[in-house]
Design a protein around this ligand. Structure first.
Ligand code: NAP
Ligand code: G4F
Length: 350
């Protein structure tokens, strides 16, 4: 640390969480260094408003090319930047895609975490490390609701890679005294959520359907249940995890669960429409009660080889030890996302 200066290094800075965390850390007076993957097209749309629009923030916000598959790059960045806190948010984060690219997912999400930890160990830097662990670790759940003590049962290459990452964090903490913590975060969404995750897929599609730009929304399993919270509150929880006196592992969740079906119903309700379900299995459809128009159908390509049917997390430990509590309700979360996507749909902005 340079004269008590707070310096954060963030992987996954261009993602949903990376963008909110950057805003939070800059507000808290940190210098923020982000790791940017080289891309043939622009991939900084979630952080452009920080980079371009505020001269003051610009001077404390730095982007470096890098990749979690490249140890020499991570070693160099840790050595050069000397961060006081590292947030490892970078990942191939799509569960279904991980069945298509399992080895790459293991490289980035599993071994990538080891590369970062080893860079810390080898440089001997006194820094704190946050690992973006996930409720997907619970997979085929062994207990309801899930707590920090619930046994893991991963159900995808993504979850298996994150399981390795979780345990290598614990191991470097115990073996080498690295201040390394896991945030076991349940699903958290926002108006910045990637459009291939189910919540944003639904709010974007419903907005386009209502404004006449899309015919139908095709989904997979309507009956799986998730514990959905609002992303800006969860990144604040990440920061709190690294401010604790000791490194530890914490669940961040709402302790409420809802099905994909309920998410669809609530989305259309906010847009002034009621959904009526008909049929079952692959033939199930959802229609607008007002007109009878069919707007939801099932596409089996969205089914997963192994599904996580139910997630619900108990955040009591985070409440007690970190003073962290979720604030935004399920309905409020959907309202925030729908309002944003409906405004964009009206203006024909993608
Ligand atoms: P996201 O929007 O998909 O962002 C993922 C980030 O990782 C992007 O910046 C992406 O860069 C970057 N990335 C991908 N591959 C990389 C690589 N090889 N090297 C370096 N960076 C790479 O994900 P998110 O929702 O913000 O989630 C953040 C983290 O939390 C992830 O690790 C995710 O697995 C975990 N998590 C998320 C949730 C949730 O509900 N959101 C819950 C639990 C855990 P590009 O922009 O270039 O693709
Ligand atoms: O929105 P999802 O793709 O998120 P999933 O699989 O829960 O993973 C997200 O949350 C994890 C935390 O628990 C993170 F670790 C992970 O990085 C990611 O952010 O799918 C949610 C549910 C699944 O049960 C899926 O089968 O929605 C179901 N679903 C139904 N139809 C669909 C669709 N999912 C997607 N992506 N697309 C569909 O058409």
């Amino acid at each position: 640390m340079e004269n008590g200066k707070k310096i954060a290094l963030v992987s996954g800075i261009t993602g949903q969480d990376g963008s909110y965390l950057t805003e939070l850390l800059l507000e808290k007076g940190y210098d923020v260094h982000g790791i940017l993957r080289r891309s043939s097209s622009f991939n900084t749309f979630r952080i452009d408003h920080i980079y371009n629009n505020n001269e003051l923030l610009n001077r404390r916000f730095f982007l470096h090319y890098g990749d979690l598959t490249d140890s020499s790059n991570l070693n160099r960045l840790v050595e050069k930047i000397q961060p006081t806190e590292i947030y490892n948010l970078g990942a191939q984060s799509h569960v279904q895609v991980s069945f298509e690219v399992p080895e790459y997912t293991a490289e980035v999400d599993g071994v990538g975490t080891l590369r970062f930890l080893d860079a810390i160990k080898e440089t001997g830097l006194k820094t704190k490390f946050y690992q973006a662990s996930t409720s997907e670790l619970f997979g085929k759940v062994q207990e309801v609701p899930q707590t920090e003590k619930t046994p893991f049962y991963p159900r995808s290459p993504y979850a298996a890679a994150k399981l390795y990452a979780y345990w290598i964090v614990v191991n470097y903490r115990e073996a080498y005294n690295v201040f390394a913590s896991n945030g076991i975060l349940f699903n958290h969404e926002s108006e910045r959520r990637g459009k291939t995750f189910v919540t944003r897929k639904i709010t974007v599609a419903a907005s386009k359907i209502i404004t006449g730009q899309q015919d139908k929304l095709y989904l997979g399993n309507l009956d799986s249940k998730r514990d959905w919270g609002y992303a800006p509150e969860y990144v604040e929880g990440m920061w709190r995890i690294l401010q604790a006196d000791e490194p530890d592992d914490f669940i961040l969740a709402t302790n409420e669960t809802h099905s994909i079906r309920e998410f669809v119903e609530e989305t259309f309700k906010i847009l002034g429409e009621e959904i009526v379900w008909k049929g079952s299995g692959l033939n199930e459809t959802g229609s607008l009660k007002s007109s009878g128009r069919e707007v939801v159908a099932i596409d089996p390509r969205h089914f997963r080889p192994t599904e996580v049917e139910l997630l619900i997390g108990n955040p009591a430990k985070a409440a007690e030890k970190l003073g962290w509590k979720p604030k935004t309700s399920f309905r409020e979360l959907i309202r925030i996302m729908v309002e944003s996507d409906f405004e964009k749909a009206k203006k024909r902005i993608d």
